[in-house]
Write a protein of this length. Structure first.
Length: 365
């Protein structure tokens, strides 16, 4: 599996590898059997990927002697909640899961969030392995151990840090994604380039057609580099205690507020984050921290990948602003805004006047 190794995350819960490859389910199954000595695996997958990814992977796993218990359920932001957790707890109890058991999650970021939280809470913690099948989950959601479910007052307000034992990303999973879903995933990877890597941003602009058409080696290289950036940050700041990992929330304060206001249905996560990055860029500009050309470059790059850069016309500005106050990054009643001075130079500000935020929201319509 060495040829597939993209990064290794350093964690107090145990270091773990992230593998990225193309059509390596057979190699992965052998690795799981030999490295973890697995005899039984509890697989929880999004029903949308069950006929494709899950069934194929189960066949390979059973060839190497791993008994698979499989649960396929409808997983979305709308039902990423405690009720879904309880349903999974019941299934794990019925199937005889023990504290040393392994769960394998198969699906997008909502799946890794939900199943990750289940693994952190059932029997005070089971082992979990993630097999993300969406681009957003590959480059962001599955990495770093942040798990959670939604609450009526906001997104991911209930959760825990639970590091997986391994993450495996097979890029053939992305072949069935619709263009809109793939574009949504690029938002998180492009975010990494805005924050930390000008060279990656340049590649996003120059190699746009090859990336969108999923042409290798560029396609896989871009995913690997984005994975490496996230892994490096998580290794430095596992529990989001310092500023390093908080910076990864660029665009998410407005993004999460926007998702909540639209009932997690109108916008995909990456689309909401895309708009959130634009609002954040306008906040920087309105504060005099960045030049207008930074905002313009952000908008231009996001547009290349078909991502929205303006708020939906139906959004109420006041409600959007008010919703940001429920953000998990609020400390002492103040929001920690992740902003950019310029590309590659993020900063955190907790003294942004409300009037600037409201103006920046209105500027983004």
């Amino acid at each position: 599996m060495d040829k597939y190794l993209a990064a290794t995350i350093k964690s107090t819960q145990g270091d773990y590898p992230i593998f990225v490859g193309n059509n390596f389910k057979q190699d992965l199954s052998v690795y799981l059997s030999e490295e973890f000595n697995l005899k039984k695996l509890f697989i929880i997958s999004d029903s949308n990927v069950f006929p494709s990814e899950t069934v194929i992977l189960i066949n390979e796993l059973e060839k190497v002697g791993i008994n698979c218990e499989s649960l396929s359920i409808d997983i979305s932001e709308k039902n990423k909640n405690l009720d879904s957790c309880i349903s999974i707890y019941e299934w794990l109890l019925e199937r005889g899961a023990e504290r040393n058991s392994y769960i394998l999650s198969i699906g997008g970021g909502v799946t890794t969030d939900l199943v990750g939280y289940v693994s952190s809470s059932w029997l005070r913690g089971l082992n979990v392995i993630h097999y993300p099948t969406s681009l957003a989950a590959m480059v962001d959601a599955s990495i770093g151990g942040k798990t959670g479910v939604n609450f009526k007052h906001g997104k991911n307000l209930i959760g825990a840090f639970k590091q997986p034992k391994m993450i495996a990303m097979d890029t053939t999973s992305l072949d069935s994604l619709k263009d809109r879903e793939l574009n949504s995933g690029w938002a998180e990877a492009i975010k990494h380039s805005f924050l930390f890597d000008k060279n990656l941003l340049e590649k996003f602009k120059v190699e746009e057609k090859k990336i969108i058409q999923k042409k290798d080696p560029v396609f896989t290289e871009i995913i690997k580099r984005s994975v490496q950036i996230k892994a490096e940050i998580v290794s430095l700041d596992e529990f989001e205690k310092g500023e390093d990992r908080i910076k990864l929330n660029y665009g998410h304060t407005i993004g999460h507020s926007l998702e909540g206001l639209t009932n997690y249905g109108k916008l995909l996560h990456g689309e909401a984050v895309s708009i959130g990055m634009v609002v954040a860029a306008r906040i920087s500009e309105n504060l005099g921290l960045s030049e207008k050309d930074v905002t313009e470059e952000i908008i231009k790059t996001l547009n290349l990948y078909g991502l929205p850069t303006r708020l939906p016309a139906s959004i109420d500005y006041d409600s959007l602003f008010k919703n940001t106050k429920n953000d998990k990054k609020v400390k002492d009643g103040k929001i920690n805004w992740v902003l950019l001075r310029e590309i590659g130079k993020p900063i955190i500000k907790n003294d942004v006047p409300d009037s600037i935020v409201v103006k920046s929201i209105k500027d983004s319509t």
